[in-house]
Design a binder for this molecule. Structure first.
Ligand SMILES: [Zn+2]
Length: 227
């Protein structure tokens, strides 16, 4: 089985991602970026962003939180506030869609990382690498990070590279089948304001091709977290 997850949205290609999913009858999880929903810098029209997310909710997709601002891991002291700010935005749109209140699934920006830290010590400045310092912050908030079994650098793919991306996704599902695991695929339907922009043309095409392959191979889909 495979689960599709989309981070950083909404964005200019979210509508087409939703079209492709609807046509295939597959539900996914959208880890929304609060800023892209509430301020919508990718289109300058927050009402349009809101309508897209309401559509995703109506069509049965799971709405999760990916923080408000997508801060880098080394800004972990700011995580708690940014997580709560993003979560409030997701809760509001879920309420507007008429969904019952409940836990909001969460995914860390950049996933779990090793983070370099610098600390003054009597012997001079100490540099060290630690397992992601955001994990204890999540523990303190009673939240968990929903990771993936693979990402595909889809935010770097150029338009026209959808087939290559779809082949990587299918190869990953085959690899998971070999390991006796279900696959959780991490994709992106928008961006963070970085140089990679907001458009994800290759991702739309890759999802369309991958879902056709999944149907041929009789792979079934599920959503994370499972209801
Ligand atoms: Zn992200």
């Amino acid at each position: 089985m495979f689960a599709l997850t989309f981070d950083d949205g909404p964005g200019p290609d979210t509508s087409e991602v939703l079209d492709v999913l609807r046509l295939a009858g597959v539900r996914a999880t959208f880890f929304l970026l609060g800023r892209n929903l509430e301020e919508a810098p990718w289109c300058g029209d927050p009402a349009k962003a809101r309508a897209l997310v309401l559509r995703a909710a109506r069509e049965g997709h799971v709405l999760g939180n990916h923080t408000y601002s997508h801060l880098r891991p080394d800004r972990w002291p700011e995580l708690a506030a940014d997580l709560k700010r993003g979560e409030a935005v997701v809760r509001a749109v879920r309420a507007e869609a008429g969904l019952p209140d409940g836990p909001v699934p969460f995914r860390l920006p950049y996933g779990v990382r090793l983070v370099e830290q610098t600390m003054p010590s009597p012997a001079g400045t100490l540099n060290f690498v630690s397992l992601d310092p955001r994990l204890p912050v999540l523990a303190s908030l009673g939240r968990a990070h929903l990771h993936w079994t693979s990402d595909f650098d889809d935010w770097l793919a150029k338009p026209g590279e959808g087939a290559k991306l779809a082949a990587k996704m299918s190869a990953h599902v085959d690899q998971c089948i070999g390991l006796g695991m279900d696959a959780v695929l991490d994709l992106h339907d928008s961006g963070t304001g970085s140089a990679s922009g907001y458009q994800r043309r290759a991702t739309v095409e890759a999802v369309r091709l991958f879902l056709a392959e999944a149907q041929r191979r009789k792979w079934r889909s599920f959503t994370i977290p499972q209801p």
